[in-house]
Write a protein that binds this ligand. Sequence first.
Ligand code: AMP
Length: 246
Amino acid sequence: MEVTKTKTKEKSPEKVKIKGKWVVLLGAPGCGKGTQSEYLIASDFNFKVVSVGEILRHNKSTIVPGQVKTIGEIIGAGLLLPDEVVTGVVKLELQKMQSLMGNLADKNIIFDGFPRTIGQAKALNELAIEFKNSIDYVINFEIAEDILFKRILGRYKCSNCGKIYNDYFLQPKVSGICDQCGNNGFNKRGDDNEAALRVRIVEYYKNTYPLINFYKEMGTLYNIDAEKDFEQVKYCVLQILNKEYK
Ligand code: AMP
């Protein structure tokens, strides 16, 4: 199945009644998949997330197996980590989840930023079989390149609570003070600069873009218009998960 649609007027369903679904969020850097996955896990929808980028950032001083560079250096250059490294990270994360929560066959899991290559997608299919599940929904966030640049280069977050702001789209109500926690410290991701972003976009088109066809052929692809605002994109995501996306 492949559908592209943007709903604008209706109110969000605000409920997701699914069990045991594995969901892949696919899209270029800055498309908003991270923001939507944060919303889904913070809501009462029983979602767990596997965010490979987050896990890698927590291990940035580790040397990449078989290379002289650290994980942080590869991320900082905007390049992708090798498939076997990220696939290993995901497998370990699923094993940890399983030991904490039991069988993953009936757990809702979001994969944010994984897979990013065909090799990773095939590995994820195998992992799904191993954990007695399958990839049910692949939500592809469609967005124009010029918007990606503003979203990424303008992006920064509160150093205390992590709330995300943007110089172009969302500034704190009082300049320099976080709306959510009142903190006055902010930081930017090391790879949110123009040079790294250009490489990340090249990597996206070379390695990740072909996944759209891969999942289209598997029959699990849903395209959404990710240029819309957060509420409208959220509405589409919830519609897809509730099988009400028409
Ligand atoms: P993200 O937080 O998803 O934007 O990822 C940040 C960076 O982590 C990427 O630019 C890559 O360097 C690395 N990374 C994250 N996920 C993957 C992946 N699935 N495959 C390879 N590298 C990844």
